[in-house]
Write a protein that binds this ligand. Sequence first.
Ligand code: DC
Length: 210
Amino acid sequence: MKKPVITLDGPAGAGKSTVARLVAQRLGLRHLDTGAMYRAITWKAQKRGLRDPAAIADMAAQTVLIVEPERVTCDGVDVTRAIREPQVTAAIRVVADSPACRAQLVRMQREIGKEGGLVTEGRDQGSVVFPDAEFKFYIDASVDVRARRRHQEQGGDLDEIRRSIEKRDTEDRSRPVGALVKPPGAIVLDTSGLTLDEVVARILAAVGSP
Ligand code: DC
């Protein structure tokens, strides 16, 4: 029997990555962080000084990305840390807003998911990339809760973190292709008042695994 595809979409800082990793571990499925793919392509475009989305899409078509839970490589170079740098986050729009770049990443993601057995997280996984996924979730939390969680993890100025989350929400929700939406049929989980274990337990219950 084909193993399921489970999609987790939601805004920045809602805790998708940790939740997706734990759910995948518990179910013995692979985990894919699609945000890491957008980051790695942005990183490589910056290295090459490319700004034109069409040129970046061509570059993406020639790129070998390996996204594992603990390690991301781009053409064999370990970029696990580099892709989390603020200058990468600040420039992601060029890639994420471009339909041509998105088409390349969607193609790679479908290739990774074609055999099933995947917990995949991002913004468009249930809406665009895997509309026929067996289980879809939309993981949400208030801006305040997301900002406070980020602040606890990384330190820094709380107001600045809140502003940057709000800015990314606006960008993620307004792009013409691949915008963040609640996918039709998705189970919505507001994690604002829930612990990590509670979120994981609800997902496991919803997919029928105790
Ligand atoms: O999940 P993250 O914060 O690492 O994602 C970084 C950015 O990549 C996010 O702000 C928008 C983009 N992204 C996207 O457009 N579609 C996805 N499926 C995943 C990420």
